[in-house]
Structures are given as C-alpha cells and as structure tokens.
Design a protein around this ligand. Structure first.
Ligand code: C5P
Length: 248
C-alpha cells in the first residue's frame, strides 16, 4: 500500500456503505429497505427508481431515518441545475450529484442553490463515467487519457466548492493524495473476495477501496440480491474495519 494511504483514516462511527436501490418499483425497494437498518447503511436512489417511484419514495425513505443519495447526475444550464439541486435539498436528501462536465458556472450555481441550508445535502461531482474509454471520449472531443480528464474535472469540482466526487477505486488512489481529507470520494464497483462481478468490468474489495481512499462505498447487488442483506452488509463492514485497524 502506498504510504500516502496511511494518512487516510475513515471514521467508521457513521455508516460508510451506501446501498444502491437499483429496482424497478417502490414496492421492491421498500421490501429490501424493510430488511436493512438506517444506523448501518445509507441508500442510493438512481434514475430508474426515481422515474418510476418519484419524490414520494425518497420522502418515505428519509422519513424512515435513512440518509439518501439522490443519484440523478444533473447536467443542464446553470439555472435549471440550481433549481433541481434546490428541489433535492427540499426533499431532505443527504447527498446529490451533478456532472462536472456541466462546467464552472453550473457547478457554482448548484452549490449556491443549497448553500444557505443549515443541513444542506453534500454536493458531489461526476467526472468521466467509467463506461467511457479513450476511444469513446475521443468521439466526443475529449482527447487523451481518461484519467487526466478525471483529474482535471475533480479539481474543477473541488475549486467550485463541491464536497467530493464519484470515482472508481482505481482513480481514488491517485486522487486521494491530491485533495484534503474532507473532499469525499464515493466509490462503486465493490465485491468481497470470490464474489461474482456481475456486469462490472473491474471490481475491488471493500478493504482495497478504503485503502485507496474511499469515504463511501456504493454497493448494489451484493446486498440487494443477498438472501440475508444485513448479513451481507456485516461481511462488507468487517472488511472495511480490518483495513482501519491496519492503518491504525
Ligand atoms: O450492483 P452493483 O454493486 O454493481 O451496483 C453499483 C451501483 O453503483 C449501481 O447503482 C451503478 O449504477 C453505480 N455506479 C457504478 N459505476 C459507476 C458509477 C455508478 O457501478 N462508475
């Protein structure tokens, strides 16, 4: 492990695992949520579930005591994104995200829209989607190594006052050392050793993600498809804690 990783110590007093509710209906999502515990995990609501179940479901999850990451990746003109972020804050979500490719003005407008709230959501930037490679980025006019673009957009995100970024564990290890500890890195693509990768091209263990500098781990199918979701959560938590002990 690079020595810089040792400076990064997660505080595990708060839940670090964010369960991705990738379901097609509120009923399916609530069936799972009934088997989870807001003291042990947070929840992520993405585009499919939001389009199907809407703000009502988000409010229900918040009312049940869950911290909700509204993963809608806003990207539009500054005024429109500002309004969407304001609406997300009014729902009481814990975290919301926007595309850094929307540019400085859009990012600043998003931040200003929620700034005055005493309990505002964390505002997170999406840099380059991990589904892109060098060729597909070139096709949209972004030449060069995707990692360089990720770094540039992460810096823009930080400079415009956002609270962190979504990134892969592979990106996290290089980014962690460039930013202060309070710039959150949110990392998906997590699997315990030996688990199936599903459609993820590259997966990392919870331990490796934390060692790379992740603050929050986004986990979907390993928990949502488990026979015992809380037990699956425990296994992931234990792995995260083992890294912390090593860092201590
Ligand atoms: O089921 P699984 O753990 O693979 O789900 C991962 C979650 O993280 C999904 O909601 C997916 O959309 C999200 N995500 C991802 N890779 C990214 C960004 C988000 O897997 N680069």
């Amino acid at each position: 492990m690079p020595s810089a990783d040792r400076t990064h110590q997660c505080d595990f007093a708060e839940p670090r695992i964010v369960v991705a509710l990738d379901f097609a209906s509120a009923g399916q999502a609530l069936d799972l949520v009934d088997r989870l515990d807001p003291a042990r995990c947070r929840l992520k609501v993405g585009k499919e579930l939001f389009v199907r179940a809407g703000p009502e479901l988000v409010k229900r999850l918040v009312d049940r005591g869950y911290s909700v990451f509204l993963d809608l990746k806003f990207h539009d003109i500054p005024n429109t994104v500002a309004g969407a972020c304001r609406a997300a804050a009014d729902l009481g979500v814990w975290m919301v995200n926007v595309h850094a490719l929307g540019g400085k003005e859009m990012l600043e407008a998003a931040r200003r829209a929620i700034d005055s709230d005493s309990q505002r959501p964390l505002l997170i930037g999406v840099t380059i989607l991990t589904s892109h490679d060098t060729q597909s980025l070139g096709e949209i006019g972004l030449q060069g190594d995707p990692l360089v673009a990720v770094g540039r957009l992460a810096e823009l995100t930080q400079r415009t006052g956002l609270d962190g970024i979504v990134c892969s564990a592979q990106e996290a290890s290089g980014l962690r050392v460039r930013f202060a500890k309070d710039f959150r890195l949110i990392v998906p693509g997590i699997r315990v050793l030996g688990a199936q990768a599903d459609d993820q091209r590259r997966v990392v263990t919870p331990a490796a993600a934390v060692a790379a500098g992740a603050d929050y781990l986004v986990v979907g199918r390993p928990i949502t498809q488990a026979a015992d979701p809380l037990q699956a959560l425990s296994v992931l938590e234990q792995e995260m804690r083992s890294v912390r002990r090593r860092l201590d």
